[in-house]
Design a protein around this ligand. Structure first.
Ligand SMILES: [Zn+2]
Ligand SMILES: [Zn+2]
Length: 560
């Protein structure tokens, strides 16, 4: 009798098997029913692979990324088998795994929704039959013979090096494939074909047009149902759809990434701004507005030229280079410097609903979530180092009050510290700013996560992430300490001891951007925003013409 082989299984200790044994037998000994494939020496293999010597193995399930890939790719084979049994003249080409499931491209006539339903029914039969998946190692000659009637597969076979050609068989279906695969079709229980699309062989429009079928699959029906429910919910709540249906805003070719606000969108925006102004008055803020276009030299002074140029737009006025502001701070500092300041007026809280422009690549633009122009609910607070902590605390209080008002109860807080390179400001100031923010969070009893090295180039920051009803997290608020920019701009104040000092500057935004926040609100409430925010509010409908005059009176009262 041959000597037994030691297989060290991650998380399960050592299993001894007698050769010739397969990894399926090792999994069986450990009662690992969910195993789909096995990773041995960094290679993912079929469970049917033989144990060739002592080794370390890790069994993969649907919960592992590599396991999920094996599962979904096996689902693509399952779909191809069903397609071929219903449409024998269809030629399968490739069927990879993608982020949202899998697809398979066929040289075939376009598939109809009825076809998809029939394919799904046939897939269910094949799952029921619980066919075994079998790996075949082939010579090029054998492979060309098996796939002789499929020019796409023959093209791929000719490109593969001899000795590395394999195929997988399940029942009467065979596909050229590197593998690995799940052991049996029976595990591919829950699936849904989601859409069809046109495609080209090798993605090239000069090649044959192909029919692509997309699908999604899970080990059990519950997971699939949950996935489909989430997809449906996200589709229904898509703010771009809601914006169109409620006539709030639109986007046009002529200004990619620049939202157009319609009347109802402006009503909603103004309700938000009215509340925002009221809250800020209560917290002792002033409000200013600074220009959108400013001389380029200002952006050299601020450090934006050096650190942020790639995201900025530029223009020329009277032959002098100017920049469109990507942030409101430099303008805010010019206002600050317009007169002398004393410690007696500190903390000086100056808010600005500032329209900023920032370049984003066209590929990442996404409704109101990712735009190139937006209104920041910005503010700069100037204070003494001694006041700094209490200013941060009061800002946190205002932040939570505002989120609460809009119905966001879950807020995650993150503290980002000094980046390893490219920062401005002294070590001493950075240390002071970081400990100040941390102290304020502790004093407020707020749990937070530290992101080492994620701070801005001019100072550390606290970020506030609100969680929406779909479990998504949105970074909205931020509090950033800045000991550097006031220094660069020569901003000062008369201190209590009679000397002239540099103030601490705090940059903060609560909603982040009005545009993005309205996008978040729309999806949170699926367009059914609370009454106080509703742009339509109340509709007055006269029951007969003779009441029209009275109805107008009522409407006038409501508007007032
Ligand atoms: Zn395959
Ligand atoms: Zn700022």
């Amino acid at each position: 009798m041959a000597e037994s082989l030691r297989v060290e299984v991650q998380g399960h200790g050592v299993v001894e098997v007698q050769p010739p044994a397969t990894f399926a037998e090792v999994a069986a000994k450990l009662a690992l029913q969910d195993a789909l494939a096995v990773e041995v020496d960094e290679r993912v293999l079929d469970l049917s692979a033989k144990v060739l010597g002592p080794c370390r193995a890790r069994f993969l399930t649907f919960a592992d990324e590599a396991g999920l890939e094996v599962f979904r790719h096996s689902s693509a084979h399952l779909m191809a088998q069903a397609v071929l049994s219903l449409f024998p003249s269809a030629k399968p080409t490739i069927g990879p795994v993608v982020e949202e499931g899998f697809y398979y491209d066929f040289d075939a006539k376009p598939f109809t929704p009825e076809d998809l339903a029939r394919i799904e029914a046939r897939m269910a039969e094949i799952v029921q039959a619980d066919l075994k998946l079998e790996r075949l190692e082939l010579s090029r000659e054998q492979a060309l013979e098996i796939f002789a009637d499929n020019p796409y597969k023959c093209e791929m076979i000719r490109e593969l090096p001899e000795g590395s050609i394999s195929a997988y068989r399940q029942g009467d279906f065979i596909d050229l494939c590197r593998g690995p695969h799940v052991p049996r079709t029976g595990v591919l229980r829950a699936f849904k074909l989601t859409k069809v699309a046109g495609a080209y062989w090798r993605g090239d429009a000069r090649n044959a047009q192909l029919q692509r079928i997309y699908g999604i699959s899970f080990p059990d029906q519950g997971q699939l149902d949950e996935y489909l429910r989430r997809m449906e919910q996200a589709r229904e709540r898509d703010h771009r759809r809601i914006g169109q249906e409620m006539d709030l805003f639109s986007f046009h070719e002529e200004g990619q990434g620049f939202p157009f606000w319609h009347h109802k969108g402006m009503v909603l925006r103004n309700v938000i701004v009215d509340y925002w102004r009221e809250a800020h008055r209560r917290y002792g803020y002033q409000e200013i507005q600074t220009p959108m276009i400013l001389n380029e030299t200002l952006w050299h002074t601020s450090g934006h030229w050096e650190h942020y140029r790639k995201n900025m737009y530029f223009t020329t006025i009277d032959d002098v280079p100017h920049a469109i502001k990507p942030m409101n701070c430099p303008g805010g500092l010019l206002v600050y410097k317009n007169r002398l300041h004393s410690y007696r007026e500190f903390p000086l809280r100056v808010a600005e609903l500032g329209l900023v422009h920032r370049h984003e690549l066209s590929g990442v633009l996404h409704g109101l979530f990712r735009v190139r122009a937006f209104t920041q609910d910005d503010a700069h607070i100037f204070c003494t180092p001694a006041q700094f902590r209490s200013v941060v605390e009061e800002t946190i209080t205002l932040m939570f009050e505002i989120y609460n008002t809009f119905g966001f109860k879950e807020v995650a807080v993150e503290l980002s510290t000094r980046p390893t390179e490219g920062t401005i400001g002294s070590d001493e100031n950075w240390a002071l700013a970081e400990s100040g923010l941390e102290d304020a969070l502790r004093a407020k009893g707020i749990a937070y996560k530290v992101n080492p090295g994620d701070g801005a180039f001019y100072g550390p920051k606290i970020d506030f992430h609100i969680r929406d009803c779909m479990g998504r997290s949105w970074q909205c608020g931020t509090i950033q300490v800045d000991f550097s920019m006031p220094e660069r701009f020569g901003a000062t104040y008369d201190a209590e001891d009679g000397t002239r000092k540099t103030p601490v500057m705090i940059h903060r935004a609560l909603l982040g951007s009005l545009e993005r926040f309205i996008g978040i609100l729309s999806e949170q409430y699926a367009g059914r925003v609370p009454l106080w925010l509703n742009p339509v509010g109340v509709k007055v409908l006269p029951v007969a013409d003779r009441f029209a005059e009275y109805a107008q009176k009522v409407a006038n009262t409501l508007v007032a």
